[in-house]
Design a protein around this ligand. Structure first.
Ligand code: KG4
Ligand code: ZN
Length: 354
């Protein structure tokens, strides 16, 4: 539950140091952020090794691992920032979307800390953190178009300011990161596979295999990736087993080419139609070298500027929450102690009454 007070009647103090906590999936993360623009620390404890042997995130295991890690991670974030707990003036935490058991670990910790330290709490949307992460590095100005590409999301948002988001398009089936992970799994590359495919693709020919480009020419901004994944599966089923190194390079490069073409072309068209000159690409898949390269190549030709967070701010982290958390704390948009975790939460609903 968000207590939204009218900004005009509130004289909130300027928040300087915010402790941020993120636990929506398989990373336990904490950060100290100054003035919503400078990450003094950004500590991430990944559970990836725990889940790798199951080929995906096991929710029950994720919750347990968050419980084990959270105090250590918070203490490390304070230590790295050189900040004492008593100096923290507000707390920002991911409220959703994500795995409820995992979210509850961060949220309960944040609520307990805010109550015991008698400081305000801001409940933040995970994707809001992702798409505002570039502001920790100084750019860009609003408004902009955000392409959020992660394991759970492939969304295009129009962003007019902090808390002002409108969904322009989204995936109708798999998220981009999910498609990367599923293709990696069927190629026997393990989980998570996005970065591995990215590396192997560098050695292959992106024109070698013509995988489909679903919905590329539809006059909307929605995506669909399950067809590309199925096409890779059908192709691989006909290949001699094991697949040799050169052939693996061609398959991964051709798959990546299909993903990159669909993501870049639809995003650039949405930006043009929305009359937006700035594009932010955020989330774990924003680490992808092919996507970064193509966006930078096409940006100039299309008269837009494209912004990617540094790789350490692309994947799940807590520093990214500092941008919205600081804003909400300063504007008196505090969460009360009854605030609950949300497994699904459209970004457009942020700040609206429940
Ligand atoms: O944002 P994130 O860390 O977590 C979620 O909120 O989902 O994104 C994780 C996703 C995974 O699917 C992972 O395979 C993908 O990001 N990923 C990549 C790359 N690095 C991470 N996908 C493609 N290329 C990469 N270099
Ligand atoms: Zn994420």
């Amino acid at each position: 539950m968000i207590c939204q007070r009218p900004a005009a009647s509130v004289q909130s103090p300027v928040i300087m140091l915010v402790l941020c906590i993120e636990s929506s999936c398989d990373e336990t993360a904490a950060a100290v952020v100054r003035d919503g623009r400078e990450a003094l620390s950004n500590v991430v404890a990944s559970q990836v090794d725990v889940h790798a042997r199951y080929g995906g995130v096991v929710p029950e295991l994720a919750s347990r691992k968050h419980v084990e890690a959270i105090s250590v991670v918070i203490n490390s974030a304070l230590e790295e920032a050189g900040v004492a707990l008593e100096q923290i003036e507000g707390i920002g935490v991911t409220r959703g979307p994500g795995l409820v058991g995992a979210l509850l670990v961060g949220l309960s910790t944040a609520k307990a800390m805010a109550w015991s330290l008698d400081i305000p709490l801001a409940a933040v949307h995970h994707m809001e953190g992702h798409i505002l992460a570039p502001l920790l590095e100084g750019t860009p100005e609003f408004p902009f178009l955000a392409l959020a590409v992660s394991g759970g999301h492939t969304h295009l948002y129009r962003v007019d300011g902090i808390g002002q988001y409108r969904t322009i398009g989204q995936t109708l089936d798999d998220a981009a990161g999910e498609a990367y992970d599923k293709v990696a799994k069927l190629l026997g590359l393990g989980y998570p596979g996005g970065a591995k495919i990215d590396r192997l693709a560098l050695q292959g020919d992106p024109e070698a295999i013509a995988f489909p480009r679903p919905m590329l020419h539809r006059p909307n901004y929605d995506f669909s990736f399950s067809g590309i994944k199925t096409a890779v599966l059908q192709y691989v089923e006909k290949c001699p087993n094991p697949i040799d190194e050169r052939h693996m390079g061609d398959i991964t490069a051709s798959f990546q080419e299909a993903m990159v073409e669909v993501l870049t072309r639809k995003t650039l068209r949405a930006a043009a139609d929305q009359h937006l000159e700035r594009i932010v690409v955020a989330g774990g898949v924003a680490c992808n070298s092919g996507l970064r390269k193509r966006f930078h190549e096409l940006a100039g030709q299309n008269g837009v500027e494209v912004f990617f967070p540094s790789p350490s701010l692309c994947g799940d982290n807590a520093a990214m929450l500092g941008v919205p958390a600081d804003y909400y704390l300063e504007h008196g948009q505090h969460a009360d102690n009854k605030v609950n975790a949300l497994s699904s939460w459209p970004l457009d609903m942020v700040g609206r009454a429940e």
